[in-house]
Design a protein around this ligand. Structure first.
Ligand SMILES: Nc1ncnc2c1ncn2[C@@H]1O[C@H](COP(=O)(O)OP(=O)(O)OP(=O)(O)O)[C@@H](O)[C@H]1O
Ligand SMILES: [Mg+2]
Length: 301
């Protein structure tokens, strides 16, 4: 099963062009959709989840035309929205049972087996009778994955699922996602680069409704090799340096500022080659220093 997105566009009534010709090929496995606030991630995900319409373009999942056959999509879709709300007074068991019934698991014993297996899988079986209002953020997100998994979906869409999770819960959540992405398409949106580097076999970086870069994390990083430079400078010097060279990131370290710069050769005295990572790829793409064409050319060279 493969997801194919072609020239998808969407303009909201207020004039914001949230999707501006998005085209992507997404194979089975975990796909990371990386972009800053307002990039269009949730708009794209809601469109694929058939919750809102596009203005133009198309999307297919296997033989399903996503824009024209929403009912078929919903049969094979699991979706965890960015603002997933729960009924605070209802137990995990009861809400999951209710959601399974809505999703068409009508046979009571089959439903009980499904719900209990899902609660085991997301490690909430022991707390299944507790009210959801008392769950931590991580427990709530794991519940969100359990409901997305009802009915063995072929496409799972999770919108910023790790926001607000502590490091331990993030790792637990990552493991859970990695486990389900064996032969189905899982799309995860995030603005946290490490979510993608730890987890996704492919990614796209989007901003302002456009795809800036897409590929495999390791290949995208390899394409930057030798072109990231670092130096520690005084805080006062940062602004003037930014005006003269493509600074992609600044970070404070022991009272000094560490600069990272994208350049073919040393941008100034005192700069040393730094090892590129996916964060550099992200900031280069968002900063407009790296395009798909440039990245592909570097990869071919
Ligand atoms: N219902 C709406 N009506 C008008 N504009 C909207 C609507 N929903 C989103 N937008 C705008 O469309 C753009 C894309 O928003 P979207 O929520 O898809 O971005 P996002 O990448 O999910 O951002 P975030 O990381 O903050 O969740 C933004 O400029 C946003 O303000
Ligand atoms: Mg969003």
């Amino acid at each position: 099963m493969q997801l194919t997105i072609r020239a998808l566009s969407k303009q909201y009534a207020n004039g914001v062009q949230a999707l501006d010709g998005i085209s992507l090929d997404i194979p089975a496995g975990m796909f990371g959709l990386l972009g800053p606030n307002g990039a269009g991630k949730s708009t794209l995900m809601r469109t694929l989840a058939t919750l809102q319409e596009a203005d133009g373009g198309g999307a297919r999942l296997g033989d399903i035309d996503i824009l024209r056959e929403p009912a078929r999509v919903r049969q094979v879709l699991g979706y965890l929205p960015q603002d997933f709300g729960v009924y605070p007074k209802v137990s995990a068991l009861d809400l999951l049972d209710h959601l399974a019934r809505l999703k068409g698991v009508v046979n009571a014993s089959e439903r009980r087996a499904t719900v209990e297996a899902l609660l085991q899988r997301v490690n909430l079986f022991d707390v299944r009778k507790q009210a959801l209002g008392g769950f931590s953020g991580g427990m709530r997100q794991r519940f969100g994955i359990a409901q997305a998994l009802i009915g063995s979906p072929k496409l799972i869409i999770v919108d910023e699922p790790t926001a607000g999770l502590d490091p331990e819960e993030r790792v637990r959540f990552h493991n859970l996602l990695a486990d389900i992405a064996q032969d189905i398409v899982v799309i995860l949106s995030t603005h946290i680069v490490s979510d993608v580097s730890d987890l996704c076999s492919r990614l796209a970086i989007i901003n302002k409704g456009r795809v800036l870069l897409t590929g495999e994390p390791a290949a995208l990083v390899a394409n930057l090799k030798g072109r990231i430079w670092g130096a520690a400078v005084d805080k006062q010097a940062v602004e003037s340096l930014k005006a003269t060279m493509p600074v992609i990131a600044t970070r404070l370290h022991s009272g000094r500022t560490l600069l990272r710069v994208y350049a073919e050769s040393p941008p100034a005295a005192g700069f040393e080659r730094a090892e590129a990572d996916l964060e550099d790829v992200y900031f280069c793409a968002i900063g407009g220093h790296l395009t798909q064409a440039a990245s592909a050319a570097a990869g071919a060279a």
